[in-house]
Write a protein that binds this ligand. Sequence first.
Ligand code: ME8
Length: 534
Amino acid sequence: MSEKNTFFVTTPIYYTNGIPHIGHSYSSLIADSIARFQKVSGKRVKFSTGVDENSQKIVESAEKDGKEIWAYLDEMAAKHKEVWDGLGIQYTDFIRTTEPRHHELVREVLQKSFDAWDIYQGEYEGKYCVGCEAFKKDDDLIERDGVLVCPDHLKAPDLIKEKNYFFKLSKYQQQLEDFYAKNPEFVMPQDRFNEVIAFTKRGLEDFSVSRETNKFGIKLPFDESQVSYVWYDALFNYITVCQNGDEDFWPADLHVVWKDIIRFHAIYWPAMLMSAWYDLPENILTTWFFTVDGQKISKSLGNAIDPVEFSETYSKEMLTLYLLSTFNIGQDGDFDQKQAILTYNSKLANNFGNLVNRVVVLALKLTEKSGILDTGLHNTQVEAEWYAAPDMWNADEQVNRETLNLSSTWMASYAHMVKLRMNEYNLKSALDTSFAFLDMLNKFADEKEPWKMIKEDEEGTREVLYTLAEWLRQVGLSLYAFFPEKMSELFIKLGLEDYNELLLSGKLAFLQEKQEIFKITQKWEALFQRLEIN
Ligand code: ME8
């Protein structure tokens, strides 16, 4: 994590032969939460996403649908945007690889590497799977009815022999190994990085960067009979978006990708950048591959859940919460709808929403009498006493110990811990910290029973409610990166109307340290509605 004041995060650019499903939304939600956290922390943020269009399989999809290619591409790009907009993903850039700005950039870098003798002409012979857009070795294939087929597409690959241009990856073997040694966190998580290093150490082979047979795509500047094939075309999207005044965003802070394309991002990409004299990205975060009800997500199996439909049926927050708090980034997982509802009910509806409701209702009873929940010296004492009771910290053993060790001032330690986790891109742990915290807040409320206290001790109730409101404010600030709309609602309920705006202008730290007065003036709808399991 560097100390510069810009932050640039990317998602993969998705193929448009289909509409994004929850698998794709996973990468986008990760990037979105990270981008928002950096923004509220005061960085100038760029968050790019987009579509990978120069692909043979998209041409084939258009033909299958009986559509003219450009009409098809426009329609699909619009559909992709609709999905991200529907989920509230706040990207700053959306790139289509058919755009002229991208074609120009790719041709420029191809020429640079060609002039540096890093791209040369050769002959390629191999088994090519159109579905994967990749040449396959026999080891990659499986046998079906005596024929070797692609395990993902169950089709025998085509035998292709053609003139191609190759990128001299082998030349960068040592430079890459040195780079990995100097940047031990380049690829996260570590076990994925170990695989990349081991693969590199076995010896890198040059790879093909063009095709003679493909007609749709970016023509090589030094041989117009060939079009760029996949990697130059796809990877350089990350540089295309850093032009026209945005040059200072490069190198990217973070590429979010899944493990299937990690080799291309962690090996090919740095070498291609070195060849064209660009700086290398800071980190690559590798996500797991998730299945639905134990099966690979696929249109034909009918398990490709539409993320917008899902969040309209249930809630957007449920999708984010379930995906980001259930699975550690980097581990495989299975998407289970029932589990998603249970997680939402317990963490957001019960532990969070109910507590907000209790505080609002009781504060209203109090404010009927005297107005505002304000600060007073007594509050610090209540908070300190509560914090000092170690049995309050048993919601999650690991989180508790770490939190307690972090700092003697508990107020700062919670915010600090979340910041630490967010900066390490450990989203699950950042969320766990807040939910462990909410568990404790509920225990605190149950122990103090302000709903009983209100009958005989108005001042004591005010102290307890102030403490709870202050803590909910802190939780709201820490969870804003994940649930911006709902946390803005929470702030409004607490009488903090300007928070959304202040956060968007990078004032997280300022707000965390601020002493607030809570003007709770009306009862609102529940923050998170409990959902029934069908
Ligand atoms: O690979 N689980 O595009 P793509 C987790 N165009 N993540 C998933 C997923 C699943 N089941 N399914 C998809 C490409 N993803 C290239 C990328 S980048 C320069 C070029 C996510 O449409 C995951 O992030 O096949 C993966 O990297 C991406 O979607 C692949 O999308």
